[in-house]
Design a protein around this ligand. Structure first.
Ligand code: MLT
Length: 304
């Protein structure tokens, strides 16, 4: 009987991939053969000697001490692409809400007082104040062309946007079916200067940490919208504030709360809900559970 320790709520359809007669699954297990987790941070966890595999029900693995796992030969399985549609949909929402000033317009509407007639009269001021722009013909820059980046790029192209994509590993990533109409840039800087909206889809690793910095923002297209539904650490928050204050950025929409950005008019910050749909959580749980099960039972390695 294999013992699987769960650190987060893992969707039932994923747990069903681990038959009860062969797998004991619980958040209480003491000597696990494997762990299944979503975003719990394992950096301070005392890795038990019994551990043989980790299954991450999501794409990123920076909540897992990879060096320690590698040193001990413990494979870490993730679920690439399993939440791509959910994240793509939230990125599109971020793009629309930035283009149409939805958050400040909503906040303004909450301040209106009186009866319907009075509120409608006062609302007139908002029509000009919250004038936005339309997406067809605008350029979207996509930095990182993995499953999520490609999915966003293809959706933006379908909306009539021009799309400029960049990924240093593009030849490896071409398996993700990037539409042929997407222009492939040669560098991050090229994307930053060419785009009205930039969306980030790279993992946080040494090469990408602080990648969107003051120099890059200073050279970016004026009034640009920046979307970050990847990881907080790939942008420099102080540089974001400066770029917003100078008008270089018109809006920063991100999927993380950040103390430095809190309360800034130009920031829309969400509580990391990109993958928070029933469908994405099921897909991720199924993929991670299958990978862990197959590894324990047959030694097969997929997505490690
Ligand atoms: C991911 O890396 O796929 C996300 O962080 C998913 C999540 O929120 O669990």
């Amino acid at each position: 009987m294999y013992k699987i320790l769960t650190f987060n709520n893992i969707a039932t359809r994923g747990l069903e991939r681990l038959p009860r007669e062969r797998f004991e699954v619980s958040s209480e297990i003491q000597h696990p053969d494997a762990v299944l987790l979503r975003s719990a941070k394992l950096h301070d966890w005392a890795v038990p000697d019994t551990l043989k595999a980790v299954g991450r029900a999501g794409a990123g693995v920076n909540n897992i001490p990879m060096a320690a796992m590698n040193e001990r030969g413990i494979p870490v399985f993730n679920a690439p692409g399993a939440n791509a549609n959910a994240v793509k949909e939230l990125v599109l929402a971020g793009m629309f809400l930035a283009a149409r000033n939805i958050c400040p317009a909503w906040a303004f509407a909450q301040t209106l007082e009186g009866d319907d007639a009075a509120m409608n009269k006062a609302a007139e001021a908002g029509k000009k104040q919250f004038t936005g722009f339309e997406l067809p013909g605008r350029t979207l820059g996509v930095i990182g062309l993995g499953a999520i980046g490609v999915s966003v790029a293809n959706a933006a192209a379908a909306l009539g946007m021009k799309v400029v994509g960049y990924d240093p590993k593009i030849t490896v990533r071409s398996a993700w079916n990037l539409e042929s109409g997407v222009y492939r840039a040669q560098s991050v800087d090229e994307v930053m200067t060419a785009s009205d909206i930039v969306t980030l889809h790279v993992p946080e690793v040494d090469e990408t940490r602080g990648m969107i910095n003051a120099a890059r923002l200073a050279a970016s297209r004026e009034g640009q919208v920046l979307l970050n539904f990847a990881r907080a650490g790939i942008v420099d928050d102080d540089a974001i504030i400066k770029a917003l204050d100078e008008g270089r950025l018109s809006r920063y929409v991100c999927d993380f709360p950040a103390a430095a950005l809190k309360g800034h008019d130009g920031v829309v910050a969400l509580p990391h809900i990109g993958a928070s749909t029933d469908e994405a959580q099921e897909n991720c749980a199924i993929m991670a559970a299958d990978e862990v099960r197959d590894f324990l039972e047959t030694g097969n390695v997929t997505n490690a």
